[in-house]
Each structure stands twice: as structure tokens, then as C-alpha cells.
Design a protein around this ligand. Structure first.
Ligand code: NAP
Length: 302
């Protein structure tokens, strides 16, 4: 019987592990992937985390995990398939058939990529369609690629790809970017990035590999084609509730409803990081959630 099981090992889960160990809790961290760090691992450069300007996302993820391990946190790689716990004992089942019991849970599974849901997207995933520029950009060295989206991630991806690709087409459905001004400044300074305003992607084409995207203008309704060999989709995130969070109240987008105290609708179950309803989804707010959730766990246990 654990005091606390943390599901997920991104910044929120790892921060909760550090705070939980310091609080003397018997805890276990369940992580689905062999590498801890969550979305941070796929971030080329993080420039807004206090005290670590310009750190590479992978290095940051490793630093976070090392910290939790140094505190003695125990990790197990296993995908959670079911969870129950309206009563005092919470039960977590994993894909390898293991069953774990805990007095409290912190859900810190983060968020994943939103799909465009256009013809060709699923078919060409890994064959030209990617959701991670830092992971796959190198495959497109010297080629023409498209990035879809207008947020921080899309703009960051376009800037990153412009360093290795011949040309980067940034396709955005509106006439202004949502991305931070500082990122936009970097983007506008890239000579090989072309912006396609007011355009949506209606399809991704190719035979074995991607060779183009179909664009639809939202202003005049015309359709056109861009020849590209890679399409990087960066249109936001959706919560990784994994199909086992039905017992917890969620908002219309599926995020677990919880305030700054990270309390969900089920006593003893807390939500931390990008998976919970919040205004600002950043590494720093996820890390803060880890601390707040453990404070909630301690209050609940006592
Ligand atoms: P985001 O800020 O939600 O931006 C998503 C973008 O995709 C928006 O421009 C949106 O268009 C567009 N979009 C959404 N659905 C679409 C669709 N079906 N078709 C075409 N375009 C679509 O998401 P994000 O860029 O992934 O960022 C997620 C969070 O991480 C944000 O809070 C961001 O600030 C944070 N982040 C921060 C940093 C940093 O500070 N260094 C780096 C990366 C991410 P509209 O603009 O028209 O809505």
C-alpha cells in the first residue's frame, strides 16, 4: 500500500515525486515511456524557465528525473489501463497485469498532440507527417517542409526547421499568430520561411511518402497545392486522460477539472500539470502543480 502513486513523469509528476519524497511519503511513479520528461523531451530549447536560460529540453527532462531519483523516488515503466478509487483505497491497474494500491493518486499524464483529421494525416504518419520537429527535423535536411499552426510550438518548429530545411512554409488559419512576440520576431527574421495566412490544410498527398499538402483559403475559398516532403503539425494539445479518468469531472475539452490546489472531484485523487484545467500550460506551472498536489495529498492523509 503506497501513500501516493504518481501517474506520469513529466515536470508535474517529477516535481510531485521530489516534494513527496521530502514529505516522507511512500510513493511510486508510474511512467508510460522509457524516458521521463514528457513534452519537455521534444522541446529544442527552453528559454523561460527560471535559472536555466536556453536549456535543451532533453537535458532539462534528464535533470528533473535525476533530481527525483536522487531523492529516492522509485519509478516503474508501465501503462495504466484502469483506475478506481471512490473509496479510501485507490487501485491502479497496468498493461502488464500488475495491480497497485495507494491512499492517494496524482494524475500527471500531461497532454498530447491534436490531430488535423484530414485525409492523408494518419496514412503518412512517420512517412512525412510528424508532430515533433526536434525529433524528425533532421530527416528533412535540405528539403521543403510545411508547419501547420500559429501558436508557440508551430513558430518554434518553423524557426528550428529553417536552420536545416531549404524552405519552410508556415500555414496558419488566421491572419495573425498566437505565438509570443519574441518567437514571432525570430520567425520574421528567417529568410527561408514563407507564411501562408488564412489557409487550412485540407489534405496531405503522396504515394509512399508525402509529396505535398492541399490548402484551402478561408477568405476566398480557393484551393491550392504546396509541394513539400514533410508536414509538421503543431495545432495544440489534448489531455492524456488515457480512457481511465471517467470517474473524474472534466471540462468540454476533456481536461480534468481542478483548481490551483489540484483537487479533482474525487477525494484523494489530484490532477497536476497540463492535464488539469488551467490558464497557462507551461513547465513552470506544471512544476508548481507538483508541489501543490503533494501539499493536498498531505492534507488529505492527515
Ligand atoms: P496553442 O497555443 O493552442 O496553438 C495552437 C495553434 O494551432 C493556434 O494557432 C491555432 O489557431 C491552431 N489550430 C488549432 N486547431 C487547428 C486546426 N484544426 N487547424 C488549423 N490550425 C489549428 O498550442 P501550442 O502551440 O501547442 O502551445 C501549447 C502551450 O504550450 C501554449 O500554452 C504555449 O504557450 C506553450 N508553449 C510555450 C513555449 C515557450 O514558452 N517556449 C513553447 C511551446 C509551447 P488559432 O490561433 O486560430 O486558434
Amino acid at each position: 500500500m503506497y501513500d501516493l502513486i504518481i501517474i506520469g513523469s513529466g515536470p508535474a509528476g517529477l516535481s510531485a515525486a521530489v516534494y513527496g519524497m521530502r514529505a516522507g511519503l511512500k510513493l511510486l511513479v508510474l511512467e508510460q515511456n522509457p524516458m521521463s520528461g514528457g513534452q519537455v523531451l521534444n522541446t529544442y530549447e527552453v528559454d523561460n524557465y527560471l535559472g536555466m536560460p536556453g536549456i535543451n529540453g532533453f537535458d532539462m527532462g534528464m535533470k528533473f528525473k535525476e533530481h527525483a531519483q536522487t531523492m529516492g523516488a522509485v519509478f516503474k515503466q508501465a501503462a495504466v489501463t484502469a483506475m478506481s478509487g471512490k473509496n479510501d483505497i485507490k487501485i491502479v491497474e497496468t498493461a502488464d497485469g500488475s495491480v497497485y494500491e495507494a491512499k492517494t493518486l496524482i494524475l500527471a499524464m500531461g497532454a498530447g498532440h491534436t490531430l488535423l483529421n484530414v485525409p492523408g494525416e494518419k496514412e503518412f504518419k512517420g512517412k512525412g507527417v510528424s508532430y515533433c520537429a526536434t525529433c524528425d527535423g533532421a530527416f528533412f535536411k535540405g528539403r521543403d517542409v510545411a508547419v501547420v499552426g500559429g501558436g508557440d510550438v508551430a513558430v518554434e518548429d518553423a524557426v528550428y526547421l529553417s536552420r536545416m530545411c531549404r524552405k519552410v512554409h508556415l500555414i496558419h488559419r488566421r491572419d495573425s499568430l498566437r505565438a509570443a512576440k519574441s518567437l514571432q520576431d525570430k520567425l520574421f527574421a528567417c529568410e527561408n520561411v514563407e507564411l501562408h495566412w488564412n489557409q487550412t490544410v485540407s489534405g496531405i498527398c503522396g504515394s509512399d511518402l508525402v509529396d505535398g499538402v492541399m490548402l484551402h483559403s478561408v477568405t476566398d475559398g480557393t484551393d491550392s497545392r504546396l509541394d513539400v516532403e514533410g508536414v509538421f503539425i503543431a495545432i495544440g494539445m489534448r489531455p492524456n486522460t488515457g480512457g481511465f479518468c471517467e470517474m473524474i469531472d472534466r471540462d468540454a475539452s476533456g481536461y480534468l477539472i481542478a483548481g490551483e490546489d489540484c483537487l479533482t472531484s474525487v477525494p484523494g485523487i489530484f490532477a497536476a500539470g497540463d492535464i488539469r484545467t488551467k490558464q497557462v500550460r507551461q513547465i513552470v506551472t506544471a512544476v508548481a502543480d507538483g508541489a501543490c498536489a503533494v501539499a493536498g495529498v498531505e492534507r488529505y492523509l492527515s
